[in-house]
Design a protein around this ligand. Structure first.
Ligand code: ARG
Ligand code: GLU
Length: 720
């Protein structure tokens, strides 16, 4: 092992007794770092069974689904299991008021009924490789940071190109531990992924946003897709002639059930964590950033909710958007509450103090890190001035649908200019697609609601920032309208040609002669003036701060590894393949409250309420419940279990991840975390952090008994 950084990590691992619960581990280092510990905790597999480049292993059954979720292969015909909320956009796209698959579910009764989803991808990891040493070749230490960065990038391109030469694979490289380590990933991406089945929302989204991020939970959060390939079994764009993909590995499904204390692991693509944040960074996140974002989302949700309840078409058109706004609203609320309740800032400070005490034994390091800590204080103080503006941009101004829409015209203007200058040959051909999507925007919007949203966001922007923090153009607009943002929004929708279908049609039909018109359009002006402000007044400063902070974290984490040996150092999540392991386990989240480790169908009937959307239950499920028609899916007490919790360390992106037993058999699908523990992205607490898994027996029960799509089970390998 050449990488000295990893050599240190390995050294620590031998002195450290147990990693279980906390940590998102690199599959190719399991042998060195985790295998022993995993076995001690009950795992029956070897590291090589989980990740191998020499034989088929569990990793060959895992995909990154649609770029942001995880999915697992559960048959030799490319059948893929993920969450309902991960396939939600696709299910919504196929839905109409007449054929409302969101509400009623969808089941293909044979392969010819499966529905294609343009743009949807399933990405496998072929292998991963530490390229830290190779990347730093020919990068002399006297280079400046910028020179180093560009040398590194050009090395990266060469190494990636060489790695995939002559194959249909792709490669990308990501920094780990703030750039102490770089890993290259070789991937294979399929683009013909069809919808096979989805339960009705009263199952797949049972409890809705009310129960989201909460335990006890009863959401049947699953949907089923199938990967198709060309006749050669390689990725191919959608074609009628494509055939079901034959995977290198598919998961066995175990329906014997699981109990408290059982070993579990979750294999997937966690998105982003910040476990090594300095105390000032935690404080900024918890007391400055999260509250602003939560508040702005709350305002949006309130407006959307009203309009979506009043009109079915609006409900369908905005369903996916609403769900994603609601999701992180609640997550941030849980995170800031949890960080506060567990004194996260004080804990970080105590750790930092201890670190400086340890470092004191080495005069040179001591000086270095004391200075580094002073700099942290200084930089975060500076950063705090900008976060508020950035949060009001990302959650306020970007919360205006028309504003996000205006963003498209930046590219349109540039492309058209290039075309006129003779630099963009394919422009005409490509513009047809662009045109369709620009006009398409008008098919699905609810103007009245969008006007209200714009007014509310501008108003919040105006009231939430002080004079010197506001985009001058927006400020002047609001002043000119005497603070009446509703009038601004109404005028905007009345006067902007981009927000008028007929006028827009004329513009795009003659795009070459309309660049001026677009540039002067009031909506585009609002957008471009805002961006110009941020690009000059904010981003240059924050990106400098980001760059410097990154360098500092690189030093700090290496320092912690050197001096604080009593801790496990796993890399932060960065949307790459990881394994996390723990146990099925209940918890005591608050004084007087005990969480049992599983829920059952009984709980669905308890929550059932025909007048609350989130708790509607259709008659057919009630009948199955009344007749106790559970077949092989009942537990030893004759109950249908719905979900269970455990101590696996997961985050956003782990949705849809397989939850596996000690033998690597599928026992469930990960879909959420318990609210009290959503702070685990910043600080994991083994007492309260729990991942929520959909019991695979409930999934099969719904497919078989509820949907009548039991034919799918014939493809699966079921362990009874
Ligand atoms: N909280 C889960 C996750 O982060 C589930 C989200 C489903 N969306 C929803 N709005 N209920 O993705
Ligand atoms: N629902 C989340 C997702 O989509 C997983 C929950 C979490 O953040 O842990 O990835």
């Amino acid at each position: 092992m050449k990488n000295s950084f990893i050599a240190i990590a390995l050294l620590i691992s031998t002195s450290f007794s147990s990693f279980a619960d906390e940590g998102m581990w690199l599959p190719y280092l399991l042998k060195q770092l985790n295998e022993k510990d995993m076995k001690k905790n009950g795992c029956k597999l070897s590291a090589e069974d989980i990740y191998s480049i020499n034989k088929s292993s569990l990793k060959d059954a895992i995909v990154q689904f649609g770029g942001g979720c995880t999915g697992e292969i559960i048959s030799d015909q490319g059948l893929l299991l993920t969450n309902h909320h991960c396939g939600y956009g696709q299910i919504a796209n196929h839905s109409t008021v007449e054929k409302d698959y969101l509400t009623n579910g969808f089941w293909a009764m044979n392969k010819s009924e499966e529905l294609p989803n343009p743009g949807l991808t399933a990405m496998f990891i072929i292998r991963m490789e530490d390229v830290t040493e190779r990347l730093s070749k020919n990068v002399p230490t006297y280079f400046t940071a910028t020179q180093k960065d560009s040398a590194l990038k050009s090395n990266m391109k060469l190494i990636e190109a060489e790695a995939v030469k002559g194959t249909h694979y792709e490669a990308f490289t990501r920094p780990f531990y703030y750039g102490n380590m770089y890993i290259m990933f070789i991937t294979e991406t399929f683009t013909d992924v069809r919808l096979v089945g989805a339960p009705p929302s009263f199952i797949g989204k049972f409890g809705g946003d009310t129960d989201n991020w909460m335990w006890p939970r009863h959401t049947g959060d699953f949907s089923i897709f199938r990967i198709y390939a060309g006749k050669d079994n390689k990725p191919a764009d959608y074609s009628k002639d494509n055939v079901p993909y034959v995977p290198r590995k598919s998961l066995k499904i175990n329906i014997k059930g699981t109990e408290e204390g059982d070993f579990t692991m979750v294999y997937g693509f966690p998105g982003r964590t910040q476990e090594y944040l300095f105390s000032d960074g935690v404080d900024m996140l918890m007391s400055k950033s999260d509250p602003v974002k939560v508040d702005l989302r709350e305002k949006r949700l309130e407006i959307m909710d009203k309009y979506m309840k009043a009109d079915d078409q609006t409900r369908i058109n905005y369903a996916a958007n609403y769900a994603s706004v609601a999701n992180y609203w609640k997550k941030w609320l849980g995170e800031m509450t949890g960080l506060k309740a567990s004194n996260a800032v004080e804990k970080k400070k105590a750790w930092e103090k201890q670190f400086l005490e340890q470092v004191a034994s080495n005069a040179e390091d001591s000086k270095k890190f004391n200075e580094l800590f002073d700099e942290y204080h200084k930089l975060y103080e500076e950063y705090t001035k900008y976060t508020r503006q950035l949060d009001f941009l990302s959650e306020g101004l970007y919360g205006i649908n028309a504003f996000i829409y205006a963003r498209n015209y930046e590219k349109v203007i540039n492309d058209t200019k290039d075309f006129k200058a003779g630099k963009n040959e394919n422009f005409k051909k490509n513009f047809e697609k662009t045109k369709a999507s620009l006009l398409g925007f008008h098919k699905t919007i609810n103007r009245e609601m969008d006007i209200k949203l714009m007014a509310a966001m501008l108003d919040a922007y105006d009231k939430g920032l002080s004079k010197g923090e506001k985009v001058p153009y927006i400020d002047s607009l609001i002043v000119a309208h005497e603070g009446n943002t509703e009038r601004i929004a109404k005028d905007m929708y009345a006067n902007s040609a981009l927000l008028n279908k007929d006028k827009l049609q004329k513009i795009v039909d003659d795009i070459e002669n309309n660049i001026e018109t677009i540039s002067k359009d009031p909506l585009y002006v609002l957008y471009s003036k805002t961006m110009a402000y941020f690009n000059v007044q904010v981003r240059p400063y924050t990106s400098k701060l980001d760059q410097r902070l990154n360098e500092m974290y690189k030093e700090y984490i290496a320092g912690q590894m050197k001096y604080m040996k009593n801790k496990s150092y796993y890399p932060d999540a960065n949307s790459t393949l990881r394994l996390t392991y723990g146990k099925v386990k209940g918890s005591e989240p608050k004084d007087g409250i005990v969480y049992k480790h599983y829920t059952t169908l009984d709980g669905i009937m308890e929550k059932e309420n025909p007048v609350i959307d989130d708790y509607i239950v259709f008659p057919k499920l009630k009948e199955l419940y009344a007749k106790k028609d559970y077949g092989q899916y009942a537990d030893k007490n004759g109950k249908i279990r719905v979900a269970f919790i455990g101590t696996n360390h997961t985050t956003g992106g782990n949705s849809g991840s397989p939850v596996l037993n000690a033998k690597g058999e599928l026992i469930g699908t990960n879909f959420d975390r318990a609210w009290e523990g959503t702070m685990s992205d910043v600080m994991y607490n083994p007492d309260i952090c729990r991942n929520i898994t959909l019991d695979v027996r409930y999934t099969l029960f719904i497919i078989d008994k509820y949907a009548g799509a039991g034919y799918l089970l014939n493809e699966m390998k079921i362990v009874k």
